[in-house]
Structure formats: structure tokens, C-alpha cells
Design a protein around this ligand. Structure first.
Ligand code: ADP
Length: 341
């Protein structure tokens, strides 16, 4: 068996770094965090980083990459890593070991081709309206690159759309999507290329400002205050689903994995953690509006494991720890290469 002590796990200090680093330690791997001076205190306080590498700007990642290579560190990408370093640079320039398929970043970062992938997988996606004149039901307008749902708005008719879009004079990069009435549900998966098995780790819903507080004031006051709904993410709330929905979630996850194997530029397909983000309507259809092909912040409530990971592992198994366990097994069995993008 190969020796895991010659390897490390590294990530950028933000997003899901706490559980990734703790998970690495719990699996016996050295943990390294790359962080700013401001966030250093977080990783010191929780004691999850065996080594802290400070950089003044997250885009300076490449200046310290050599240190990661020397320590045989496997870098775990998360939302902040992808957004600060950039999908293009990760694909073209990154030399350190990288957990996951780099090619998948292109598919998840563009709503149109992401939708192609989901449709190919047979996933039920909300209708998209090519032109505002076609609006015949409630729709949500989403701007590309809008940080955490900021500025999204809802319209019911072409007229209402034209009225509201006036507030965004310089924005023409948006999608008009059917607004699905139901409850939001985010499913956290882990697909192991070593065992070929798909696991459901946990579920969450988001805690968004101001969408999650509008119900606290009367409808009349909402109108008086001329409120605009926004979906700025502030945190995540754990959810346990109706048990009879689990077969559907397993099935959809498996279809997404299967479809990923024939995506252009992704020879190994999607593997590791990923998340399907959607709405469950009253008929119990799961309408998926987005996929994240990496660990999501919605797994953060489960640093100590979720009700589902408890069933399977009988020890506290966060998604971060599950990643570390896969890497450990990869190293020990001489199959680390199978896990690197
Ligand atoms: P971002 O990826 O920019 O953070 P999301 O696509 O996750 O934004 O959406 C932000 C919010 O809008 C979430 O609360 C989500 O539930 C809601 N939402 C997104 N798409 C739809 C839809 N088609 N129908 C209803 N709600 C939606």
C-alpha cells in the first residue's frame, strides 16, 4: 500500500474550506489552506489547517502553486476557487494535482450548454423563453454572473418584463426562465470513480435575503413598501426529504453521471461531489434549474455528517471528508491518477 503521509490536501480559504480541511485531517492527510490575511484567523481558530499559506489576493494562486506541487498536494476546487482563479486558467495553466474533471467547468459555467447536458440526461428543466414576447406565465429573469441571485426579478407578462428590465439599462446578458412554484431543494451527491457508485450525501435549502423574510410582513405592507424580491444567499438550512422521494433522486443523479460521460472535453465524465439545484412542485416533479459540478456550500451544515451519511458510514462523514477518503483510497491503491483532472 502506498504511504499517504507523502501527500496533502489543499484548498482556498473560503466557501467549504473548513469541512474540506477537517475532512483531510480526519482521514490522516496533511491539510493546507491558502488564504488572505483577513481570513487567516478563521483557520487558526478552528485548527483545521496543518499549514497556512497566506496570499494578498486570491488571484495570486499561481505564485504559490510550486509549494503545493512540492508537497504533493491535491487541490480541491470549490465555488470560490473556480470564481477567483477562473475556469480558463484552471484548465490551461494549473499544474498542481486537481481533484475532479477540469473539462466539466466549461459545461457548468454556461447556462445554455449546462441545459443541453441536463436535457440529455432526461432531467426535467424549467422552460426557457427565447424572446420576451413569448412570456405567457410567471418567469424569473436571471442575469449572468449575478453574485448569488442578486437583481433577479419576476414578471408575468411581456409588458411587466419591459417595465422591470428598464431598471437594468446596461444588462443584456440574462435568461428568461419559467418560474416554478414549489419548494427549493438542493441535492448533494458524491460519485466515486473508484467504486463506480453514486451516493446521496445530504440536502439543503438556502436562506436568501430578502426572499426568505418577505412573508414576515403583511401583503399590504409589502405593496406599500414597493418591495423587490432578491435572492442574495446568506446561509444554508438542512433538509431531510420524504423518504419516498429518494429513489427519484438516486435515479436522476445516475442519469446525470451517465450523460456526463459523453460530454465533449470530459474524458472521465463527472465525478466527486456535485449538486442538483431545483424546485419540487406540488405534483412532486423535481424541476432542475442548475447543476454545480463540485462541492457546494449547502453541505456546510453537515461538518459532522448528515442523517444520510450517518446511515452509510456510522462515523461523522462530511462531503469534505468523503473527498479526502476517496483520495486516500486512490493513493493507497495506486489509483490516484483516476481522480485527477
Ligand atoms: P445563483 O446560481 O445565481 O445563485 P440560482 O439559480 O440558484 O441563482 O437562483 C436563485 C434563487 O432563485 C433560488 O432561491 C432559487 O430557488 C430561485 N429560482 C431559480 N430558478 C428558479 C425557477 N426557475 N423557478 C423558481 N425559482 C427559481
Amino acid at each position: 500500500m502506498n504511504d499517504i503521509s507523502k501527500y496533502a490536501i489543499a484548498t482556498l480559504g473560503s466557501h467549504t474550506a473548513l469541512q474540506i480541511l477537517k475532512g483531510a485531517q480526519d482521514e490522516g492527510l496533511k491539510s493546507i489552506v491558502i488564504c488572505s490575511q483577513k481570513s487567516r484567523r478563521v483557520y487558526e481558530s478552528y485548527g483545521v489547517a496543518d499549514e497556512i499559506i497566506e496570499i494578498s489576493d486570491y488571484q495570486d494562486y499561481f505564485r504559490i502553486e510550486e509549494r503545493l506541487i512540492e508537497q504533493q498536494a491535491v487541490v480541491i476546487p470549490h465555488g470560490s476557487f473556480v470564481s477567483y482563479v477562473g475556469a480558463d486558467r484552471i484548465t490551461a495553466e494549473m499544474k498542481a494535482m486537481y481533484f475532479g474533471s477540469k473539462g466539466i467547468l466549461r459545461w457548468e459555467s454556461n447556462r445554455e450548454i449546462e441545459r443541453e447536458w441536463l436535457k440529455k440526461a432526461g432531467v426535467n428543466v424549467p422552460k426557457v423563453f427565447r424572446d420576451s414576447s413569448e412570456i405567457d406565465r410567471p418567469v424569473i429573469i436571471k442575469f449572468h454572473g449575478a453574485g448569488g441571485g442578486f437583481g433577479y426579478f419576476i414578471a408575468h407578462t411581456p409588458e411587466e418584463f419591459h417595465e422591470k428590465i428598464k431598471e437594468f439599462p446596461n444588462q443584456d446578458d440574462y435568461v428568461i426562465q419559467e418560474y416554478v412554484v414549489g419548494v427549493p431543494m438542493y441535492v448533494h451527491y458524491f460519485y466515486s470513480p473508484l467504486s463506480g457508485e453514486l451516493e446521496i450525501m445530504s440536502f439543503d435549502k438556502r436562506y436568501e435575503s430578502n426572499a426568505d423574510s418577505i412573508g414576515r410582513i403583511a401583503a399590504r405592507d409589502q405593496l406599500d413598501a414597493d418591495l423587490h424580491t432578491s435572492y442574495t444567499i446568506t446561509g444554508n438550512i438542512p433538509v431531510v426529504v420524504r423518504e419516498s422521494l429518494l429513489p427519484m433522486f438516486f435515479h436522476i443523479g445516475e442519469q446525470v453521471i451517465e450523460a456526463s460521460k459523453s460530454l465533449e472535453g470530459v474524458p472521465k465524465g463527472l465525478y466527486g461531489p456535485f449538486c442538483l439545484e431545483g424546485i419540487i412542485d406540488p405534483q412532486l416533479n423535481f424541476r432542475v434549474f442548475e447543476i454545480s459540478a463540485r462541492i457546494v456550500a449547502g453541505t456546510n451544515p453537515y461538518t459532522h455528517g448528515s442523517p444520510y451519511s450517518w446511515l452509510r458510514y456510522n462515523i461523522p462523514m462530511s462531503t469534505g471528508r468523503r473527498i479526502a477518503r476517496e483520495i486516500r483510497q486512490g493513493i493507497e491503491e495506486g489509483r490516484l491518477e483516476d481522480l485527477l483532472g
